[in-house]
Design a protein around this ligand. Structure first.
Ligand SMILES: C[S@@+](CC[C@H](N)C(=O)[O-])C[C@H]1O[C@@H](n2cnc3c(N)ncnc32)[C@H](O)[C@@H]1O
Length: 325
């Protein structure tokens, strides 16, 4: 039996939202609101979205205060002057770094021992976040790259075609890692016809392996134009296939997943559809409402299916047929 609670507050851009001595016309700081959207199942929060600045919210949300979060995925504003609905995305360099260290630190606090933290971040800030997390004692598991090729023209330097996908784990507890749930057909199977891949010695199904740390391929491009995942009025929306990989590999059904920068709700869509509990925070009430609706509508294609076509980028020399595991 599901019950829906709360409504997002009306649009407001108050002095309070831009407090803390920064230029109120530009600099977002503390935006407090009690507004939230929630679906409960048997008294438990199956899905909850808090509207406001993630920093005070991460300090207050009971599951975060109680260090009970299994997986956090964060795709923050990059300070690239993106016209987000509410957030002003052009802080002075040092203020952006202070903002970053604050929310990253709060994410570290909110994780349970053994929990996973993923951060989607461009070249500009990746190194600073990696050093910060190492100093906080988290262990880097992978520094992945999300590679895309569409819509990035530039003549003045090499064309940007990637974002960093940082995957860290907090120590002191059991870490969740589900290699079988994200396995894909190996290049040996899809491209080179190498039969050794059909008798794997590492326990993986025949012809399958864990994806590599550079992510690209079908359903993993940028969400633009007439892509059927596209939500209007949202910026920098991530593909569902990206979050599918994150959620399946580092959480289990029933686990709690948190996204402090919910945007169009991609993390929530995937987590909810895969049976995880989910809490998101989002600065814009409109984005939060739209994400809430999208999460309830569900993903654009079925999730969790084995990928037997792989992601090889070379011409097929000789393909083997892979049985569905
Ligand atoms: C890059 S977008 C996230 C996109 C999201 N991953 C998706 O797939 O749709 C960043 C989002 O964070 C929100 N935001 C920016 N600053 C915030 C803050 N301090 N607290 C909460 N949300 C914030 C913006 O309004 C925007 O919707």
């Amino acid at each position: 039996m599901e019950e829906i609670e709360g409504k997002p507050s009306a649009r407001k851009r108050t002095a309070k939202a831009h407090a803390a001595g920064l230029d109120p016309a530009r600099a977002p700081s503390i935006a407090r609101t009690d507004s939230r959207l929630e679906i409960k199942t048997e008294g438990k929060a199956a899905l909850r979205i808090h509207v406001g600045d993630c920093r005070p919210l991460l300090r207050e949300i009971p599951e975060c205060r109680g260090r009970a979060v299994d997986l956090i995925f964060a795709d923050p504003p990059f300070n690239w002057s993106v016209p987000y609905d509410r957030w002003e995305d052009n802080l002075p360099h040092n203020e952006y770094l202070d903002f970053t260290y604050e929310w990253v630190g709060l994410c570290c606090d909110a994780l349970r021992p053994g929990g996973a933290l993923w951060v989607n971040i461009p070249d500009d800030w990746a190194a600073e976040i990696v050093l910060f997390l190492k100093k906080r004692g988290l262990a880097m598991v992978n520094w992945c790259i999300w590679h895309y090729r569409f819509g990035q023209n530039n003549k003045s330097r090499f064309i940007s075609s990637k974002v960093h996908v940082l995957y860290f784990v907090k120590g002191g507890g059991t870490h969740t890692w589900n290699p079988f749930d994200i396995a894909e057909a190996s290049d040996r199977a899809t491209t080179y016809g190498d039969k050794r891949t059909l008798s794997k010695k590492d326990g993986m199904p025949a012809g399958m392996r864990v994806p590599m740390d550079v992510w690209y391929g079908p359903n993993l491009g940028r969400v633009q134009g007439n892509n059927k995942e596209r939500r209007s009025r949202h910026h920098n929306q991530l593909p569902e296939a990206y979050l599918e990989r994150v959620v399946l590999s580092t959480s289990n059904p029933g686990d709690l997943v948190v996204d402090p920068f919910l945007g169009s709700g991609t993390t929530g869509v995937v987590a909810h559809a895969l049976g995880r509990r989910f809490i998101g925070t989002e600065f814009s009430a409109e984005n939060a409402a739209s994400a809430f609706e999208r999460i309830q509508a569900g993903p654009t294609r079925p999730l969790g299916l084995p990928n037997t076509t792989g992601s090889a980028i070379f011409k097929v020399r000789k393909a083997l047929s892979i049985a569905t595991p």
